[in-house]
Ligand binder design. Structure first.
Ligand SMILES: Nc1ncnc2c1ncn2[C@@H]1O[C@H](COP(=O)(O)OP(=O)(O)O)[C@@H](O)[C@H]1O
Ligand SMILES: N[C@@H](CCOP(=O)(O)O)C(=O)O
Length: 321
């Protein structure tokens, strides 16, 4: 369910009249997604996504997200382009919420990516990092290492109800990561949530990247580690090194990893696995009564953590030199 806020026809027509995009032909709520209310909007001029930003997105971050998408689009990355209204603003208000219109992207996300998808994704991630290089705004990553202990504290008392021993496994990973988290790696704009549902393909070519609402300024290789976690494990919990090799090679076609990033990769993968395990665990333990959102499985990332805890070098993830 991802329509939290209903919009009346009158409100919608008044909002759309603020843009030079013709009149509304249709507007349908989109079921996918969890954070915001999204609608597929068709007007006399084209197709758009209308997003009403809900409570989990901080309003003060919206200029960063919208500015970033405009910057990346201007630098050749296919991502949603925020449409400017007649006043030249990308951010408006609708039904009492901050709202924006972005361009509609063609393509489909893949649920079970193969190695060619992983290679194409790696290359697209490299292009994203290159296109973001001159973006002048910054945004701290609230879900990096200093953000993990509060999540752990919020969930630890009930963690063993989800899986025996989970509290201790998470505590050990967190202690190790807090002690050894790498500093000084090359940083820039990262997507920070480039899971399969946020990447569109036409055939095996990437046709667009969406959902920049976790984007921030952080280590570039951390973004790659998020993708290795999200794309290269099999349903049985094993890491598919063929997919990892394709992804890293795809990334390095655009941007070669530096020696300190290579060195840090296993730790970054462990950190990003813990990040998603913890946010999923907190969500799992706090499903609001009557909610239609299906929480994501934290144990998927508990299994990934056990792989990363044993990995010692980037070669185990498919790096070739
Ligand atoms: N620019 C776009 N073009 C086409 N479809 C989009 C676009 N943006 C979002 N969508 C659709 O809306 C769904 C939810 O969007 P998403 O940004 O992932 O929401 P949330 O941030 O709430 O998780 C996506 O899975 C996709 O189907
Ligand atoms: N990708 C995260 C959850 C964020 O969901 P999204 O719909 O905003 O991509 C996870 O898998 O835990």
């Amino acid at each position: 369910m991802a329509v939290y806020t209903e919009v009346s026809d009158e409100e919608l027509e008044a909002f759309v009249a603020g843009y030079d995009i013709g009149r509304v032909l249709s507007c349908k709520g989109i079921a996918e997604g969890v954070e915001n209310s999204n609608f597929a909007l068709h007007t006399e001029r084209g197709s758009y996504i209308l997003t009403l930003y809900e409570k989990r997105v901080r309003e003060s971050d919206l200029p960063f997200f919208l500015g970033l998408m405009r910057h990346l689009s201007a630098n050749g990355l296919v991502c949603p382009l925020p449409i400017l209204d007649r006043r030249g603003e990308a951010l408006g208000r609708l039904a009492g919420r901050p709202a924006a219109l972005v361009s509609f992207l063609e393509g489909l996300s893949v649920r079970r990516p193969n190695a060619r998808h992983c290679g194409a994704l790696g290359e697209a991630l490299g292009r994203l990092h290159a296109a973001g290089r001159d973006f002048p705004m910054t945004r701290e990553n609230a879900l990096s290492v200093t953000g993990w202990r509060p999540l752990f504290e919020a969930a630890q008392a009930q963690a063993d109800r989800v899986s025996p021993g989970l509290r201790e496994r998470a505590a050990q990973a967190l202690d190790a990561l807090e002690r050894h988290w790498p500093a000084g790696l090359p940083t820039g704009v990262i997507h920070a949530d480039l899971f399969t549902d946020n990447v569109f393909f036409i055939g095996e070519a990437v046709s667009g990247l969406i959902d920049f609402y976790f984007a921030c300024t952080d280590a570039l290789a951390y973004d790659l580690s998020i993708c290795l976690n999200a794309w290269c494990f099999e349903p049985d919990g094993s890491f598919n090194v063929t997919k990892g090799r394709a992804m890293i090679a795809g990334y390095e076609r655009v941007r070669r990893l530096e020696p300190d990033e290579v060195e840090a990769l296993p730790l970054l993968c462990r950190g990003s696995a813990l990040r998603f395990m913890l946010t999923r665990l907190v969500d799992w333990l706090n499903v609001p009564p009557g909610a239609l959102v299906k929480p994501k499985d934290p144990l998927e990332y508990d299994r990934k953590l056990s792989f990363h805890g044993k990995a010692t070098s980037a070669f185990e993830y498919g790096l070739q030199r």
